[in-house]
Write a protein that binds this ligand. Structure first.
Ligand code: UGA
Ligand code: MN
Length: 315
């Protein structure tokens, strides 16, 4: 177990299965974690060590592979653990990966902290609540923006090399997408399935060069792309200290790519010249809160009392 203090900030590196929840709660209660992020409440809670169950070993004489930093926004709902489970099972197959999970909450969710810990995937759990002024207004929510910006802020402080990818918790990822983006020099782009009425969002490539974008909603965007359709390198991000994602629903990708100051013609086209789909913008149907049947006293003293703690019951 390794611990590192940096100002008011703490990084805990703990081998996944070694941690007992009791110890973890004690740590949580005794420490105040805050960082100098633009959203004051963003906090880093836990970073576990590299002890993944499935991991390709680096071959002898092979160059070390650039790290892939996956930034995943998430928020509390019945589907949260199932979504993260699906994503984690994919990420477990990817070597040299660090998962930055930004949770849209001000209090650590013990279910998520425990879940991440037992995956064995090297990760950082950040508390990244959406600022109140965006949550309460009637317009469409800028979903995942606080989470992703906090992830970028963390990277600017902790990383010097590697590649960054914004992976929402509900999409479907083929592991081949990660090997594609690993070689991103500056900014790369590739097709995403199940986006808009076109069923696809992708760069259009002609004779190996940028021709246009194909996306069912143009919206006056310079980069009409999906969040899952691009990646960028850490060195390039560090060259652009002002790069940030705007709190503007529908224009998050466009605003961020504009702030990276890249020309569409300079974008690197991956997935065999954008001829393959390795990621899909899938959506999970929201489930209704479960009935309270489990609370019936006849189940006292049974396993249902433990299971009930992990459930969201109807109000
Ligand atoms: C689409 C895009 O794929 C998102 O990248 C983009 O942020 C979003 O639209 C937008 O423009 O607002 P969509 O599938 O409609 O995403 O949205 P969700 O999957 O519900 O949310 C995107 C991400 O933000 C997810 O990882 C989700 O867990 C997270 N989220 C959502 C929050 O952190 N807080 C919320 O209140 C809602
Ligand atoms: Mn989604």
């Amino acid at each position: 177990m390794a611990m590192r203090w940096s100002g008011r900030k703490l990084v805990l590196a703990i081998g996944g299965s070694m941690i007992s929840f009791t110890i973890f709660l004690c740590l949580l209660n005794s420490i105040s974690f805050s960082c100098h992020c633009e959203e004051k409440e963003v906090r880093e809670v836990l970073c576990c060590s590299d002890s993944r169950p499935i991991k390709k070993q680096q071959g002898e004489g092979e160059l070390p592979q650039p790290t892939i930093y996956v930034i995943t926004p998430t928020y509390k709902r019945m589907e949260q653990i199932p979504e993260l489970t699906r994503l984690a099972q994919t990420l477990m197959h990817v070597p040299n990966l660090h998962w930055i999970v930004g949770d849209d909450t001000s209090e650590p969710n013990r279910h998520i902290v425990e879940y991440l810990s037992q995956t064995g995937i090297p990760h950082t759990y950040l508390l990244t609540p959406m600022p109140k002024q965006y949550r309460t207004r009637s317009k469409a929510l800028p979903k995942g923006v606080a989470n992703r910006n906090a992830g970028l802020k963390w990277l600017r402080k902790h990383a010097t090399q590697g590649v960054v990818y914004f992976a929402d918790d509900d999409n479907t990822y083929d592991i081949r997408i990660f090997e594609e983006i690993r070689r991103t020099k500056r900014v790369s782009a590739f097709p995403v399935g199940l986006v808009t009425s076109y069923g696809l969002s992708t760069p259009v490539v002609k004779n190996g060069s940028f021709f246009d974008w194909y996306d069912g909603w143009r919206g006056g965007r310079k980069f009409p792309v999906d969040m899952a359709g691009f990646a960028f390198s850490v060195p390039y991000l560090l060259q652009k200290p002002k790069a940030i994602m705007p709190y503007k629903a529908g224009f998050e990708e466009d605003g961020f790519l504009r702030s990276l100051q890249i020309d569409p013609k300079e974008v690197e086209f991956l997935a065999d010249g954008c001829t393959k789909i390795y990621v899909w913008h899938t959506k999970t149907r929201p489930n209704k809160p479960s009935k309270k049947t489990i609370l019936n006293t006849k189940y006292d003293g049974t396993n249902l009392r433990q299971l009930q703690k992990d459930m969201i019951l109807e109000m």
